[in-house]
Write a protein that binds this ligand. Sequence first.
Ligand code: UDX
Length: 432
Amino acid sequence: MNICMIGTGYVGLVTGACFAEIGNNVICVDNDARKISTLKKGRMPIYEPGLEEMVHKNVRQKRLSFSLSIADSIRDAHFAFIAVGTPPRSDGSADLSYVENVAREIAVHMKKYLIIVEKSTVPVETCEWVKRTILRYNKRKIPFDVVSNPEFLREGTAVKDFLQPDRIIIGAESEKAKSAMRDLYGPLKAPMVFTDPKSAEIIKHASNSFLATKISYINSVANICEKVGANVEQVAEGMGYDARIARSFLSAGCGFGGFCFPKDLEAFLWISKKLGVDFHILETVRRVNEDQKTHFVHKVEEALWIIQGKTVGVLGLAFKPNTDDMRFAPSIDIIRMLQERGAAVQAYDPISMANARKVLKGVKLKDSAYEAAKGADCLVIVTDWQEFAEMDLEKIKKCLNHPTVVDGRNLFDPARMKRLGFHYYSIGRPAV
Ligand code: UDX
């Protein structure tokens, strides 16, 4: 099939490359000339394991190309995917202006029956607006369908998540659109859920908000564990055997970040309020997550007593491992709070340093975990990179002014840290 993928961010580029990989002809379109010229030179604007090789292979086999023009790219398309950003506005609502612009351009330039697919995460009822926009600007009354097909890609595993999805959600009204989407996704041999567009849009927000709820829930349980000297890792393990709960997303930490959970929580809360439904639980999920970062800084104060004038080494800046993305990363708020308390902060992340330079002020960026530990009065772990779990702790101890580690991702076994002579603080487990 011929696909026009509009938007070459995390979602659009990965989705476009993967559709080419399973045999479609894909043109990825973006209005950012720099991004398109980068892609035409074979360089990736984002880091995702497996993406670069996949893009090069499909460009070589002429199944994938890049363009600045929606008009040129939808001429022969069967599908036009809207994969542009829906960034949060100050009131928490999703900014849908990019979606509206693209819908209008599609309407003006479409030449034949087209399936317009909402891939971006959008609030419920956006599909109605997209349909209305196309009806208004599509002067030649060319037939079309609007389908909601939300993505469930996790950064760092986006390619794998596309090729081996837990499920594919298709929110469509016409049989024609349903069967076309079934054919398109057929090669993935994954469970497909067919529903109406509004239900499909809600599945996305409800899924992400539920995952965020699991995280804030276990973080609150961790705080109870800390009060009584229990171990939240073992609590989570005991809970997880219940198939109705499941162990995943019960890892207590210093809070969730990323562009999806915070944004989707706000958007779901906003649309609920707009519809007159008080989604109280999501307000608590958000507050718990904010409090967890402050709680983590209090743990650093517990370790250091006075933060003023101390040097703190921070390991991990990305909002999670295997990505360079620092959007809404817990590290940003944690570092700001440490600096507000007078700490000199030096930090290291395996791949987010370029982004870190753009968002962090007054932080010395170091080339390794050991450099970030050198001369520090304590080492703070914010992102659970495997590289940190495997680092030489004897060497770390020698680098530190004092063998104190405050671990926001429970990377290490407290008994082992005690044997190595560390003062070790972590989340939901007794300090040693
Ligand atoms: C998420 C959803 O998982 C994905 O389905 C959706 O399409 C996009 O948003 P992503 O934001 O890439 O994916 O990362 P994810 O792996 O979900 O982690 C989000 C945040 O939660 C990270 O900051 C991570 O550190 C944190 N987290 C995750 C926890 O604190 N505890 C956990 O148990 C799991």
